[in-house]
Design a protein around this ligand. Sequence first.
Ligand SMILES: N[C@@H](CCC(=O)N[C@@H](CS)C(=O)NCC(=O)O)C(=O)O
Length: 214
Amino acid sequence: MAKPRLHIGDKNYSSWSMRPWLAMRVGGIAFDEVLHALPEMGGKPSFGAISPNARVPALELDGAVIAESLAICEWAAEQNPALWPKGSTDRALARSAASIMHSGFANLRSDAPMNIRRRTDAGRMTPAGLDDAAKVDELWSGWLKRSGGPYLFGDYSVADAMYAPVVMRFITYAIPRSPDAQDYIDQMLVEPNMAAWIAAAEKETRQLPRSDIA
Ligand SMILES: N[C@@H](CCC(=O)N[C@@H](CS)C(=O)NCC(=O)O)C(=O)O
C-alpha cells in the first residue's frame, strides 16, 4: 500500500481537516500531508480536482480518494481499533458523540469559525451560538462523568478528535464554560499531536479576512 496522503487546509482555519489529522496521528498511522490554502469566499479551491466533494479533508488511498472527516476517522479506526473505546456501549456512545458533532452545532460553527491564532470575545456570538456552546459543555461534562476521563470516553478516541476544533473555539472566543469543560480543554491542549497542530497554525502567516476581520 502506498503511503496515504491527507489533503488538509490551513491549520489555523481548517477545523474539518484537524479532526482526521489528529485521529491518524494519535492512532500512529503513517501518512504524508498536503497543505492547501483555503479559498477566499467564492474562490476556486486548489483541491477541487482532487477531492470528490471539493472539500478538505480528503484522503488519497490506493487510487481512491476518501472525502468527509468522519469517514476518514472511521478508516483510521479500522487501521487502529484503539481509536474507538473497547466496550460496545461506550463505542456506540463515542460514535454518537462524533456524529452529533459532525452533523450539529451549526450556530456555534458559523458564529465562531476556528481561528487558532485569534483572541477575541464571545460578544460577537448570537444567543443560538452560545446555546450550542452550552450544549457542548453539558455533553462533555456528562461523558466525562460517565468515563472518569481524562478524555471523553476514557482513552483518546475519534470523539475527542471530532471535538478538538471546538476546544479551540472556546479559547479564541473566550466562551464561558464549566470547570469540567475547562479541565477537558486543558487536557486536550497538552496532548502532543494537538500541541503540534496548534504550533504549526501559529507559524502560518496567511490571513482569511472572512475569519480574521468579521
Ligand atoms: N462535511 C465535511 C466538511 C468539509 C469542509 O467544509 N471543509 C472546508 C474546510 S474546513 C472546505 O473544504 N471548504 C471549501 C471551501 O471553502 O471552498 C467534512 O466533514 O469533511
